[in-house]
Design a binder for this molecule. Structure first.
Ligand SMILES: Cc1cc2nc3c(=O)[nH]c(=O)nc-3n(C[C@H](O)[C@H](O)[C@H](O)COP(=O)(O)OP(=O)(O)OC[C@H]3O[C@@H](n4cnc5c(N)ncnc54)[C@H](O)[C@@H]3O)c2cc1C
Length: 270
């Protein structure tokens, strides 16, 4: 049985500006050229926010010269809608079904595509080790080994039950009931998955805009969030702070006595 103790986080899409079109728009409106109009310059994440915000007041080339102050003014006033123009897409693997069940509760500004347990066989699926078990191992000696043993035993039984159910259903579900073989396989797997545990590994493609990612990190990076999703929220924040320092730089990361990290924003719920 394969146990995964860390998720893999891949940033796969990021904002992209057609600068020729921005330049054409500025010229048509008789406005100063880039970068006189767009103080963020080639920093695409901040420039998208700036272009959309300045369009509201047609303030290109006017107002705050410092792009950091400009963005922080938007955040502090809660002018959140302009942050919705900037999207980032991640692929997460090595996460549990319980994590994704919590993740998909985030609706506004999110798009999801998740591995289908009806199409894809879960026979060889690994499981995600709950962070509490990784943290305990090596610290409490025998007790930690016992906890791990209990988990592995339960997961092993669930795996076997899944395999047995697939075989049993394969014998009893008549081929005449289905137009296509794929439909029969789906019917078998959709029934057999009922015995799979929350720890079953899954893969998910998640795209969200900056306003939505900020809210997600705020909710799931808080100390009271589940450890697995909190760890993921912090990994996402690490990446987005590098990608878009002006849009995520106000988040402060702290370490709890247990060694896990939390994140809190200076400007909550923008
Ligand atoms: C620590 C923790 C414990 C939790 N425990 C539970 C639990 O026990 N049971 C449970 O069911 N859930 C639980 N949740 C999930 C929680 O209730 C939310 O469903 C989840 O965090 C998504 O938050 P959201 O609705 O703010 O986010 P999003 O869906 O991303 O929405 C963002 C914001 O948009 C606005 N919005 C979105 N949709 C609507 C709408 N339809 N109408 C009006 N405004 C809208 C709201 O202001 C919302 O905050 C928990 C969450 C956390 C962080």
């Amino acid at each position: 049985m394969r146990l995964i103790s860390d998720p893999a986080v891949y940033l796969v899409t990021r904002p992209n500006i057609d600068w020729d079109m921005v330049a054409a728009f500025l010229e048509d409106e008789g406005l100063p050229h880039v970068p006189d109009s767009i103080r963020a310059g080639r920093d695409e994440s901040a420039a998208v926010v700036e272009i959309s915000a300045r369009l509201c007041y047609m303030s290109f080339g006017k107002g705050r010269r410092d792009i950091g102050k400009f963005i922080h003014n938007l955040l502090s006033k809660g002018d959140g809608s302009v942050f919705e123009h900037v999207n980032y897409g991640f692929v997460f693997t090595g996460v549990s079904r319980s994590l994704t069940h919590e993740l998909v509760r985030h609706r506004a500004g999110f798009a999801y595509s998740q591995l289908s347990q009806r199409f894809v066989s879960e026979s060889d699926s690994p499981f995600v080790l709950p962070p509490a078990l990784s943290m305990a191992s090596g610290r409490e000696g025998g007790d930690a080994d016992k906890a791990r043993e209990l988990l592995e035993e339960a997961l092993g039984k669930a795996s076997t039950a899944y395999e047995d159910l697939v075989s049993a259903l394969d014998k009893v579900l008549s081929e005449d009931l289905f137009e296509q073989k794929t439909d029969r396989r789906k019917a078998i797997r959709q029934a057999a998955r009922s015995v799979l545990p929350n720890a079953t590994e899954t893969k998910i493609f998640v795209t969200a805009n900056v306003r939505a990612w900020r809210h997600f990190i705020e909710m799931r990076g808080a100390a009271y969030a589940d450890w697995e999703i909190r760890r993921l929220a912090l990994r996402v924040l690490d990446i987005l702070k590098r990608e878009a320092p002006l849009l995520f730089g106000d988040f402060e990361v702290a370490e709890l006595p247990d060694g896990t990290r939390t994140a809190a924003s200076k400007y909550p719920k923008v």
